[in-house]
Ligand binder design. Sequence first.
Ligand code: ATP
Length: 229
Amino acid sequence: MTLLSVRHIGAFYGASQALFDVSLEIAEGEVLALMGRNGMGKTTTVKTICRLLPVSAGTVLFDGQDLARLPAYKAARMGLGLVPEGRRCFTNLTVAENLIAAARPGHWDMDRIAALFPQLADRHDQSAASLSGGEQQMLAIGRALMTNPRLLILDEATEGLAPVVRQEIWAAIATLKRDAGLAILLVDKSLRELSAIADRAVIVQRGKTVWSDAMANLTEDITNRYLGV
Ligand code: ATP
């Protein structure tokens, strides 16, 4: 069943239009890769879906309900769990406080997050500010999971991390797909890892969806045309 249906959306930053015609769909349990070169509109798409930017045209339906009129906190309550670009943990709180502050009842609790990221569990009482970049990313994912989302949105979750840490994050995402059957929207630059995990992909260029298909159908030609440097 379709969980998220984004149809022909537009969005502006002030007077400047960033999205012109973006469409994408995510079914329950599906992993979708949102791809495109730098500045093409991936983060703006994510922000618009999460109601952090107004939808100027088109529709965003989540579980059949129109999100366009809801404030961001209500969209979050409906089950959108965003891990924003740049992580944004509360650095004045401990790891445990960060997780508890986000908690809503459901499958995900402190124990399950600890099982997913054992490294984080060892640091529950430490300030989030004392964590490494990779641990802060794990905490940001943990926070989003604590809201018990129906759709997890990861915007550049592996950016700026050491290769070994990136692999830990990818392994956690694979676990979420395999064991929790969570629907996931992934924005990332690592094509190889995306190919391994995503069921389908959407490519945006200058604020428009230009390609959308099964990940397995992403050819070298398409990659060169829309993703190459
Ligand atoms: P990246 O991979 O670099 O994060 P992206 O695909 O996520 O790229 P967006 O951040 O969505 O791209 O940017 C899309 C367009 O909107 C770009 O032209 C960018 O310059 C513009 N833009 C992004 N944020 C703002 C902002 N806060 N104010 C004005 N314009 C913005």
